[in-house]
Design a protein around this ligand. Structure first.
Ligand code: TYD
Length: 226
């Protein structure tokens, strides 16, 4: 069986950059590795992502949002993740079930038992071997998030060039969640902090304000132990 590594954190925590760096590092070492970014990674996931980001679709309810993320995940797990893990690949995923717990339960207020159940159904029990939480304060994250649109664009173009991003995920900024008040992002943060504390054997918490190189080195060491 392969190894399943997930990156989690607030928007602006730098997790997409670190997921890509890990992917490139492992690939350069000749290790068979796949990179995904949720929601996305399949044709259905890309459509769901477009709907979630569409400016024409307004007023998506929290429950609708939960089901959309879950539908994208169910497709990704069945079609891409599980087969890659079975084929002994290292699978790196930018966001997974913990995002749903943090955003849809802690921040949007859907009861935790419901979100947990939906996550179980969507993943059919596939759980990350390691979740890397890039820890940054909501204030700091929002500041960073605002100034990184150009970086996202170049990351996207780079991924397309590498052909790791055939469904074109990560190509637009994230207005719906960006518009949420600081109190929303604080709840997301609290959700992540609680999960990390409750699962120290499967969660690796890193200070996201460290330099990208320092973070990449710590992550590389940790993942190599797996
Ligand atoms: P995206 O543009 O991919 O942002 P990021 O680079 O931060 O991942 O947008 C994904 C947004 O969707 C992000 O704000 C978090 C949110 N999200 C949820 O609310 N629930 C989920 O289950 C997932 C996977 C993401």
């Amino acid at each position: 069986m392969g190894v399943f590594v997930v990156f989690e954190g607030l928007d602006g925590s730098g997790k997409s950059t670190q997921a890509r760096l890990l992917y490139e590092e492992l690939r350069n070492e000749g290790i068979s590795v796949a990179l995904f970014h949720e929601p996305g990674g399949t044709a259905l996931g890309a459509e769901i992502r477009r709907s979630l980001k569409s400016e024409e679709i307004i007023g998506i309810t929290p429950v609708s949002e939960l089901f959309l993320f879950a539908a994208a995940r169910a497709q990704l797990v069945k079609q891409e993740l599980d087969p890659a893990i079975t084929q002994n690949q290292v699978v790196v995923c930018d966001r997974f079930t913990a995002s749903t717990v943090a955003y849809q339960s802690f921040a949007r207020g859907i009861p935790l038992e419901i979100v947990t159940k939906i996550n179980e159904i969507a993943t059919n029990g596939t759980i990350p071997d390691l979740t890397i939480f890039l820890d940054i304060s909501p204030e700091n994250a929002l500041e960073r998030h605002k100034s990184r649109h150009d970086l996202r664009k170049s990351t996207f173009e780079h991924e397309v060039a590498l052909n790791v991003n055939k469904y074109g995920v990560g190509d637009s900024n994230n207005e719906r969640f960006e518009k949420e008040p600081l109190s929303f992002h604080r709840k997301v943060y609290d959700g992540y902090a609680k999960m990390a504390k409750a699962n120290p054997e499967r969660w690796f918490v890193l200070d996201a304000t460290l330099t990208p190189d320092a973070l990449a080195n710590s992550i590389k060491e940790k993942v190599k132990k797996l």
